[in-house]
Design a protein around this ligand. Sequence first.
Ligand code: ADP
Ligand code: MG
Length: 245
Amino acid sequence: MSDFNSGSLTASNIHLAFGNNKVLRGIDLHVPQGTTASVIGPSGSGKSTLLRVMNRLIEPDQGDIQLDGRSVLQDNPDELRRRIGMVFQQFNLFPHKTVVDNVSLALHKIKKLPKDQARAKAMEQLELVGLAHKADARPGNLSGGQQQRVAIARALAMEPEVMFFDEATSALDPELVKGVLALMTDLAKGGMTMVVVTHEMGFSRNVSDTVTFMDAGVVVETGSPDQLFSEPKTERLKGFLSDVL
Ligand code: ADP
Ligand code: MG
């Protein structure tokens, strides 16, 4: 296995249409192990769909997805989803379960840990995101920022090789965004491999290793944060940045 691919996630020439709507038109994305790739672009450009294809919630019409330099399209999709943790804009916590049960459920049901071990592991993750004191609360009694940190703890508890974030802070009140971004920054700096779809240009510029700008189902520009933010090459990226910055 080459160093280039070890522990990395690569999507190559991904095509996907919904009916006549060609949503992804030959996307390439390479995320080396331990790096954070941010994906930016206007609404409807295909960012969420790309994440869903990369963890095989949707099968691509064409193209390949590799983890560790090995194609995963022949594997059971459930296996890939266990290797990739996903955090959504809407936290998708179970409202009637306690915080700790939300985090321990998959550890017990999918990883088959005995209940007491699953709970202990869930408590460790809640400590790490600063929410152990909320273990017995229901998600509805937490702030949006706290709920999102629980969702992150739930994903991390499964020990994923890669983490996906799809506009994880977009549903939060402005004062709650900071805490979630701080947690994501800690993860990135701690060496997690991450793909982060975000409108937070500060995170994209200052935390991610690479930035990919998508528009209308294609990668228009990709490179270092400095390249994309300081020296955008295309009119499309210049226009996008002048709208969001
Ligand atoms: P983004 O996340 O960049 O805002 P999306 O990936 O959500 O963009 O959507 C890209 C395009 O795909 C849009 O035109 C959207 O309407 C379409 N789309 C997304 N999901 C579906 C679906 N399940 N069925 C049909 N069309 C979809
Ligand atoms: Mg989206």
